[in-house]
Design a protein around this ligand. Sequence first.
Ligand code: HEC
Length: 136
Amino acid sequence: MRSVFALCVLAAMAASAPLGTLGCGATRHEMSDAAQLDEALLIPCAPNAVLVQVCQQCHSSPMRNGAPFPLVTYSNTQLVIDGEPLYVHMGRALDSDKMPLPPVEISSDDKTVLLEWLTSGAPARADGESCASASR
Ligand code: HEC
């Protein structure tokens, strides 16, 4: 399988922009668009809780354990890599059990919640939805 990471590096080199905290391949201009997007749009509570608890053990900002990009903000999940938004790559990696990498595990309930969001096109949080402070 082709490496998304290698494509990110190539995209960043082509744009002669450093890898930004908002994701690989983002140019300065795209990054300010992304910052604006993140002010307006958030990941819905249920899938966000799974991202925080599972994926962000590596795909954090800054990244840990060799993860090639952060999965923290809404715009992180929408970044187009190799012609497809990152949420499509995420759905494939999750569905095929490629992710999360060990030793991190995901429960089947959490996997279902995250996959449902990813396969429904990763919509932003609905107006007025606020996450309970008890949510993970
Ligand atoms: C233990 C650390 C770790 C965890 C937890 C983790 N990842 Fe990753 N992820 C990586 C590393 C390292 C890579 C780059 C190497 C690779 O592709 O195997 C990667 C690559 C990816 C890629 C790009 C490669 C591909 O196959 O498309 C996606 C998408 C991805 N991760 C999504 C996720 C999602 C979604 C979760 C949570 C369900 C997650 N990851 C959890 C470490 C992790």
